[in-house]
Design a protein. Structure first.
Length: 197
């Protein structure tokens, strides 16, 4: 965002639900770097199979734009019906972002990396790597595979996949990414991935 204050910013959110992490990211940028946001259009692109969460997120954005932390900014919210096992809608959307010369940052908090199969994670990361220009960054959360996480999963109906950081790193490297930063949480690690050259 430093190089060109007029390039559009796309926040691609896979299995994002209301995409509150994306909304909070835009609000943080508006607060800490307002000069980088004034002339920039922002699109929060939510790829989700369910419409209820994104509908809530779109209403939250309206409230934040009308009288809140995003007042005066040009921020759009769009949901794409999505099954992460078929990344073709993501590929098509990224072609639009590329045509707009957009800066793209992707996220999946509590989504793809915690519930998706290995092949789906690889396919989505490849789509992001091949569909974006310049530096490619992805943030998300990865369920840990320690005893505490295993006990939590045994007592839950959630279909979490407890890969842990080492297994996850090996998986994303097959798709051309590496884990460049991680923050330990009680049951998961928050990660930042960047495409490898």
């Amino acid at each position: 965002l430093v190089g060109d204050a007029s390039r559009p910013l796309w926040l691609v959110n896979i299995a994002g639900g209301p995409a509150l992490d994306s909304l909070n990211a835009v609000a943080a940028l508006a607060r800490t770097a307002p000069e980088r946001m004034r002339a920039r259009t922002v699109k929060i692109a939510v790829f989700d199979g369910d419409s209820a969460g994104p509908d809530f997120g779109a209403r939250a954005l309206d409230a934040w734009r009308n009288d809140g932390p995003l007042a005066g900014l040009e921020v759009r919210f769009e949901r794409y019906a999505y099954d992460w096992n078929d990344p073709r809608p993501l590929v098509a959307a990224l072609a639009t972002a590329r045509a707009e010369n957009a800066v793209v940052v992707a996220s999946s908090e509590g989504g793809l990396f915690e519930y998706g199969a290995d092949h789906a994670i690889e396919a989505n990361l490849r789509a992001l790597r091949e569909g974006c220009t310049g530096r490619v960054a992805v943030v998300g959360s990865v369920t840990r595979n320690d005893d505490v996480a295993q006990r939590m999963i045994r007592g839950s109906t959630a279909a979490l996949v407890p890969r842990g950081l080492a297994t996850f790193r090996s998986l994303v490297q097959r798709a051309g990414f590496d884990v460049t930063r991680s923050i330990a949480r009680p049951f998961a690690d928050d990660v930042c991935l960047e495409a490898m050259n």
